[in-house]
Design a protein around this ligand. Sequence first.
Ligand code: XLS
Ligand code: NI
Ligand code: NI
Length: 435
Amino acid sequence: MTDSFFAGIKPATFEGPNSDNPLAFRHYNPDEIVMGKRMEDHLRFAVAYWHSFAWEGGDPFGAATFLRPWQADMDMAHARAKADAAFALFAILGQPFYCWHDLDVRPEGATFAESLRNFEEIIEYFGEKMAAGGPRLLWGTANMFSHRRFMAGASTNPDPDVFAWSAATVKTCMDATHKLGGQNYVLWGGREGYETLLNTDLTRELDHMGRFLNMVVEYKHKIGFKGTILVEPKPQEPSKHQYDFDAATCIGFLRKYGLEDEVKLNIEQGHAILAGHSFEHELAVAAADGMLGSIDMNRNDYQSGWDTDQFPNNVSEVALAYYQILKTGGFTTGGTNFDAKLRRQSLDAEDLVAAHVGAMDVCARGLKAAVVMLEDGGLESAVADRYAGWDTPEAKAMLDSDFDAIFDRVHAGEIDPAPRSGQQERLENYVNRFV
Ligand code: XLS
Ligand code: NI
Ligand code: NI
């Protein structure tokens, strides 16, 4: 059914910056050592099963455009064909990881038990393909936002039966992630939010979401899953307001429910923009609390105001993101997932390959620029210099004193602030030397 889909497309290899082969890497050279580590081990790329294989190319005004052979039906034969196609792309790209939702990989059954049988059969099939040289699993997750039963949320649903269904679903997805040796387990709360406060008990919903996430952590320890539990902030879409709005909101939530040492964040570029932030802001906020876990490296269109999930193509933005990540010491269990989809007119197999190859190259360029900036140290020394006043004994002592003591010094004329340039343009020019 899919044997021919990628026919004639050879594995993508590194050919160097002067190559004009559109399906070759010009910057991503997995074995190249940067900052003491293989490039592949820094970037830890993952392909998102859902956008690349499950998404059919529909939008609110039109139906499927892709019509992939494995999308002709929703049965197990087609689910296996989808897996064959996915692992064929993985073999072309040679990326080290992939990710899935339960719904992407298996047909929905008539009952929970039937869906689970379908899921387990595909997970078994993945296991065989992974053992035969396929990529490893960066993370698994549950789709608890597409089916109508989740229309009012999953763990935050007013109906306890949906909470139960969601708990049972996440248990099966954690089991599968554990079985495949997944490095992380992700929760993105697509409909964990509200449409209107007129029908919403916000306090209760947050408490249920907090208890649910504690159950996730309890279950992780029960089964001995060693990966990281990640939540993925997003301010809205599909819900009007999502509880996991941005990194700062999530960190507050995790602290409130006692999860700050157990859960980290999966930060997505497009979600940062939707929240009115920059990607590096979200990464820096997560890193400041030691909660930067992993990233979804898909950008938004800056005009549409929508989560357009496009492949990255802006080296300077990507460079500043990896700069934040490298400053924290780089990924541990996390990686760079392309939660990105083709545009709906990009019908060809070559489009799917080129999208990933190009994105991997952009990230490689960004990583290399970030490494050079770190090694050069220009930004770090500019920041250190800007705060140098705080290294003096008087300034340090001030933090242990009180308002009266500080007042005395200012009042006696000992203190007279002298404004200094923030040098923003010079620093922007500095960054531009490397990207
Ligand atoms: C949607 C999210 C989703 C998560 C996984 O906007 O980015 O794709 O990454 O559920
Ligand atoms: Ni997204
Ligand atoms: Ni995402």
